[in-house]
Design a protein around this ligand. Sequence first.
Ligand SMILES: [Zn+2]
Length: 302
Amino acid sequence: MKLHILGCYAATPRTFTNPTAQVLEIKNHLFLIDCGEGTQVQLRKHKIKFSRIQHIFISHLHGDHFFGLPGLISTFRLLGRKTDLHIYGPKGIKEAVTLLLKLGDSWTNYLLIFHELTSKESDLVFEDEKVTVNTIPLDHRVYTNGFLFREKPAERKLNIEEVKKHQIDTCYYQNIKSGKDIVLDTGVIVPNHKLTLDPPRPKSYAFCSDTAYKPSIVPQINEVDVLYHESTFLESEQLMAPKTKHATAKEAANIAKAANVGLLILGHYSTRYASIELFKEEAMEVFERVELADDGKSFDFS
Ligand SMILES: [Zn+2]
């Protein structure tokens, strides 16, 4: 699992900072999460093969989280994309995007499939044989969801040495990987745990932006490997956080601590601050395992 931060600053794009967008690489998927203005430029700059993106998850319809989407959709058309593109986001996203396509008479030659979200409860929005994605309902000025990405447990790994020692035919390998014992021609049963090794532990990633401090999300994100939580403000502006329905670095750390996550990544910094180091300092007063997101930064969790 890898995470590429394309943009992680609040509000307006600036010379050296970009609004929210990130790419999660998980089990052969490239999931784009939020698509602020300039996302396609950032994808090119950081050499991410964006033709491989088939699923885009949009948290909410504030401009700094989705104004890059119509441009990206248009570029895909110009590049001759043929594969379907799935977009998950709040109700209204289909209307917003299709209005622009209609006015410009520039319909895509690939299938655009919208999955509009309205529920205030967590929904399973994507599932295949290796990954699930659930919404995490958040508390912001407009309807907003975070997203929880979970790998499914993988099959057990063959212990090739043991399998060969017992001269087991390859046609039984799939049965062994799915957990079955093997009966040899001699009638001896070889238990599965002798023929296999534990698969890697499934990983999980929770994206939570934008939101006011919302402790009720803790049970859903309990013990995730990585939590990205917005931290728009420092303690000096803590009174602004509830008014604007954003969180402080310390509040993000409180959530991380209560959920006992493996790592907290902070982002969505207000552009009023000259340096982002203080965000880490304030969060670490509450929770130790903190990293700062920054534009162009990648995290490898494999
Ligand atoms: Zn917002």
